[in-house]
Design a protein around this ligand. Structure first.
Ligand code: CTP
Ligand code: MG
Length: 198
C-alpha cells in the first residue's frame, strides 16, 4: 500500500484524513489484509514509525514509483505475487484484489482493474481521442513478483506499475474495475467517497 505522497492537490497528507471513523489509509490496509498474506505500508519519510495496521512499514521515496520500490524491498523474496495499491483508493473491495490476483495466477504478468470512460476525450490542442477500447486504470494492480521487480530495475518512473511492467515486455491484462473505487485526489473526491462508504 503506497501512502508516501504529500497530497499537494488535496492540500495536505490525505492518507491520514478522517474517513468513516478511521484514517483514510486504514481502508486500503484493511482490504489488502483481507486479500493478501502480508501487507507492507509505504509511509511518508517523515512518518517512518511502525504502523500496527501493517506487517512492515517502510519510508517512501520522492515519486510513486520510487515508493513502490521501497515497498518491494520489504516484500519477502519468496512471495510469488505482489499487489500494489494506492492508499488514496479507500473503496477498493477485497474482491477486486482477488480478481487481479487470480488473473496473474492464471498466467498474466500483470493485471489491472479498468473502467469504461464515460466522457468524450479531447486534446486541448484540438482533436478527439477514440474512446473505443479505452479504460481508466485503477489500483489494486497485481503482478508476478519477478516481472514487477524486473520492471523497476534502473529506477524508471510512471504513474502506475502496469506501465513499467509492459514497457519491460510483460503482458498486462485488464479485469473489470469498480466505478466506486474512486481515487481521492482533491477535496471533492473525498466528499464523493464519503457518500459511497459502505
Ligand atoms: N505516493 C507515494 N509516494 C510518492 C507519491 C505518491 O507513495 N512519492 C502514493 C500516494 O500516497 C497515493 C498514491 O501514491 O496513495 C497515488 O498518488 P497521488 O494520488 O498522486 O497522491 P499524492 O502524490 O500524495 O498527491 P499529489 O500528487 O496531489 O501530491
Ligand atoms: Mg502524486
Amino acid at each position: 500500500v503506497v501512502a508516501a505522497g504529500s497530497g499537494t492537490r488535496f492540500g495536505g497528507p490525505k492518507q491520514y484524513t478522517e474517513l468513516g471513523g478511521r484514517r483514510l489509509v486504514d481502508w486500503a490496509l484493511d482490504a489488502a489484509r483481507r486479500a493478501c498474506d502480508g501487507v507492507v505500508l509505504v509511509a511518508p519519510p517523515d512518518r517512518p514509525d511502525h504502523d500496527p495496521a501493517a506487517d512492515h512499514t517502510v519510508p517512501g521515496g520522492a515519486t510513486r514509483s520510487a515508493s513502490v520500490r521501497c515497498g518491494l524491498e520489504a516484500v519477502p523474496a519468496d512471495a510469488p505475487v505482489v499487489v500494489v495499491h494506492d492508499a488514496a483508493r479507500p473503496l477498493a473491495p477485497p474482491e477486486l484484489f482477488d480478481a487481479v490476483i487470480e488473473a496473474v495466477e492464471a498466467g498474466a504478468d500483470g493485471a489491472v482493474p479498468g473502467v469504461l470512460v464515460a466522457d468524450t476525450l479531447r486534446r486541448v490542442e484540438g482533436g478527439v481521442l477514440d474512446r473505443d477500447g479505452v479504460v481508466a486504470v485503477q489500483t489494486p494492480q497485481a503482478f508476478r513478483a519477478d516481472a514487477l521487480r524486473r520492471a523497476h530495475e534502473g529506477d524508471p518512473d510512471a504513474t502506475d506499475d502496469a506501465t513499467l511492467v509492459e514497457a519491460a515486455g510483460g503482458r498486462v491484462v485488464v479485469v473489470e474495475g469498480d466505478r466506486r473505487n474512486l481515487k481521492v485526489t482533491d477535496p471533492t473526491d473525498l466528499e464523493l467517497v464519503r457518500a459511497l462508504l459502505p
